[in-house]
Every structure is written in C-alpha cells, then in structure tokens.
Design a protein around this ligand. Structure first.
Ligand SMILES: N[C@@H](CCC(=O)N[C@@H](CS)C(=O)NCC(=O)O)C(=O)O
Length: 79
C-alpha cells in the first residue's frame, strides 16, 4: 500500500489527490491517506522518515519522495 501524507490545505497535496483520482487509483486499496497537517503526528512522521517536514510525501516500502510531480509520475507507473 502506498502511503500519501497529505495536508488538505496544501495545493500540491490536492494536485496529487486529483491525479490519483484521475488515474482511478482506489483509496484504501491502492493508497492510504495519512493526515499530515501542521502539528500532527503525521507531519512528525514525515520528518522522521524523510528528514523534512514537507508535504505531500509518498512512502511505498523503501521508496519515499516529496515532490508532487515525482509522486504523480510514480502513481502513473502504479496505475
Ligand atoms: N515542491 C513541493 C512543494 C511542496 C510544498 O511547498 N508544500 C508545503 C505545503 S503546501 C510545505 O509542506 N511546506 C512546509 C515546508 O516547506 O517545510 C511540491 O511540488 O510538492
């Protein structure tokens, strides 16, 4: 399962979610959304895993990335 750390006020996060939707990826089947709003445990987890407190953030096993365009390309490969 792909984990997407998302803050729903972040336009880059919304762009990633829109792409996942357009690619017909299924939430809770193909990917999970983890709340990473500022001050949340999710945001602290993002920093622990990747070293930066930035969203969107994708984790899939040993793969992780921060850039929304890279995330969208990754999702396209998985679709
Ligand atoms: N280059 C990134 C930009 C993402 C970005 O700026 N995210 C903001 C929220 S909208 C953020 O996490 N800022 C916190 C920080 O930069 O530490 C992308 O395209 O995904």
């Amino acid at each position: 399962m792909i984990d997407l750390y998302i803050w729903d006020k972040c336009p880059f996060c919304l762009k990633v979610l829109r792409a996942a939707d357009e690619l017909a990826l299924k939430k809770d089947e193909d990917y999970a959304i983890l709340d990473a709003a500022p001050g949340t445990e999710g945001r602290r987890e993002v920093e622990r895993i990747g070293g930066k407190a930035m969203v969107p953030f994708l984790v899939d096993g040993d793969t992780s990335m921060y850039e929304s365009d890279d995330i969208i390309e990754y999702l396209k490969e998985k679709a």
